[in-house]
Design a protein around this ligand. Structure first.
Ligand code: ADP
Length: 499
């Protein structure tokens, strides 16, 4: 961390291999959700800062060391960054917790795991192979090259800033692109700490840049910048739509991972205690602030009451408090607007006629202090048409919906605009395969929930997104294919004679 002004840590941005203030020299405060108080000052970047960063990234893409590096050397740099992350994962997690209030236990596991993305895509960097095409023309040699796109603009949310950056940065760099990252105004500090590791790993100046600031002030100019070839975005569907529109005006590529309203479906043949744990982790892990939250719990009618009883009993045991404490199980909501939004959705649900079987408001436990805490909340008697079942809350609020049979579960499960993920709890193999096929979601988990890996594709059906992240295939999202034709004919034929 850099200079201390009063009690607040003052950060700088990273552009063209240098630590800089914003052109305006202005800062904004980053708050600790556990105390509700500011702890850091972040540079308030704007269009001019974005322009500097994009130009630096473009220069690094076209000239200097980066385009000359062999793919193997690019891979080695990525793996070195992975080592540095592994070494500093605890520290990075601590900074994230200060910014977004998620549990240290979760964030430290996440930042440690994050190194794998840099190892994996580092390994893939020199395995991007083109093809030789057996052409239908004589005396012609045709082959393909997979080339990088240019400057990537990455726009990141606050819930898992460094992990979601890794999902974009590692493949983008492995493919040979350069990048400008715009972290969330609610959680920028960890990105700036992470950039010290990027610098230490030895990436040439301009290959990775970070501009901090607010969405409309720093995000929009990045999306609109003519030298940006692609926008990789994770965030809300409302912002995603705005970005998609702006990117379309410049005919830019986009990949988007947006919201969800994922069904977590429990059949009466499920291993009930496991399903209870899966339902709890689906909604209360990360205080429900995850795009893959299993925020609709569909329970088969025949076991509904018994299941809800067990669920409530388990959820009641959740310990709230200081997210840095390893005993804490549910932390605060990350920021004040989000806190108010979650409380507002609780009111909306109550006015829609649901039954509150747990929580249902602010957490006033002494261990929650002045933090932005919401009680783990469970609603029953929810109809799938209600707003609480259709709209993403992004908080610890679970809507329980009963269903009759498989067809009913599929119909309810798919009856939302989103399609990010789904969970199924059953011991019946035929049913597991059927549900995995019929649920419209980019990820289906059976007898587990909330698992992700660098090895397996992740992304949304319907309004949950465009494109995929993770896995081998998705490196293509950062590449474009060139077809090269080489004539081996001795003589160019007469162009006036058609053949
Ligand atoms: P949340 O903060 O709930 O994740 P957003 O989707 O609004 O929701 O934010 C995700 C990221 O998108 C943040 O980095 C934010 O600054 C950025 N952002 C918000 N509005 C815009 C916009 N109009 N153009 C570009 N980026 C934006």
């Amino acid at each position: 961390m850099d200079t201390i002004a009063g009690t607040l840590v003052t950060y700088q941005m990273y552009i063209d291999g240098r630590w800089v203030d914003s052109v305006s020299s202005q800062h904004f405060e980053s708050h600790n959700p556990y105390t509700g108080k500011p702890w850091a000052l972040i540079p308030r970047g704007g269009a001019e800062d974005v322009d500097r960063a994009v130009r630096a990234a473009r220069k690094a893409f076209t000239t200097g060391e980066w385009p000359k590096l062999t793919p193997s050397k690019r891979g080695a740099l990525l793996r070195k960054l992975g080592d540095l992350i592994a070494d500093k994962s605890g520290f990075l997690a601590e900074i994230e917790v200060r910014d977004n209030g998620k549990l240290f236990a979760e964030m430290s596991a996440q930042t440690a795991y994050m190194a794998q993305w840099y190892y994996y895509y580092g390994g893939l960097a020199d395995k991007i192979e083109g093809a030789v095409i057996p052409l239908d023309k004589p005396d012609t040699f045709n082959y393909t090259r997979h080339e990088p796109l240019g400057v990537i603009g990455a726009i990141i949310p606050w819930n898992s800033p460094l992990l979601l950056t890794a999902w974009k940065l590692a493949p983008a760099l492995a493919a040979g692109n350069t990048i400008v990252v715009k972290p969330s105004e609610f959680a920028s500090a960890s990105m700036l700490e992470f950039m010290k590791l990027v610098e230490q790993a030895g990436f040439p100046a301009g290959v990775v840049n970070v501009v901090t600031g607010f969405g409309p002030e720093a995000g929009t100019p990045l999306v609109e910048h003519p030298l940006v070839a692609k926008i990789a975005f994770t965030g809300s569907d409302a912002t995603g739509r705005k970005i998609y529109e702006a990117a379309a005006r410049g005919l830019k590529r986009v990949s988007m991972e947006l919201g969800g309203k994922s069904p977590n479906i429990v059949f009466d043949d499920a291993e009930i205690d496991n399903a209870v744990k899966g339902a709890i982790s689906g909604i209360f892990a990360a205080t429900g602030q995850t795009c893959i939250a299993g925020s609709r719990l569909l329970v088969q009618q025949s076991i509904h009451d018994r299941f809800v009883e067990k669920l409530v009993a388990f959820a009641k045991t959740a310990k709230m408090g200081d997210p840095m404490s390893l005993d804490t199980q549910v932390g605060p909501v990350t920021n004040l607007p989000q806190y108010n939004k979650v409380l507002n959705y609780i009111d909306i649900a109550k006015s829609e006629g649901v039954q509150t079987v747990l929580g249902g408001g602010k957490a006033t436990r002494p261990e929650c202090g002045d933090g932005w805490f919401v009680e783990p909340t469970i609603f029953t008697a929810v109809k799938n048409s209600m707003r609480i079942a259709q709209e993403e809350v992004f908080g610890p609020v679970l809507a329980v919906i009963p269903f009759k049979d498989e067809e009913d579960a599929i119909a309810i499960g798919n009856d939302v605009v989103f399609g990010l993920a789904a969970g199924v709890w059953t011991q019946n193999m035929r049913r597991a395969f059927l549900m995995a096929e019929r649920l419209q979601a980019g990820t289906v988990w059976v007898n587990t929930y909330r698992a992700v890996s660098y090895l397996s594709p992740f992304g949304g059906y319907k309004r949950s997104g465009l494109g995929r992240e993770n896995g081998q295939e998705m490196i293509k999202e950062y590449l474009q294919t060139k077809s090269v034709w080489i004539s081996t004919a001795k003589e160019v034929p007469n162009p006036f004679v058609m053949r």
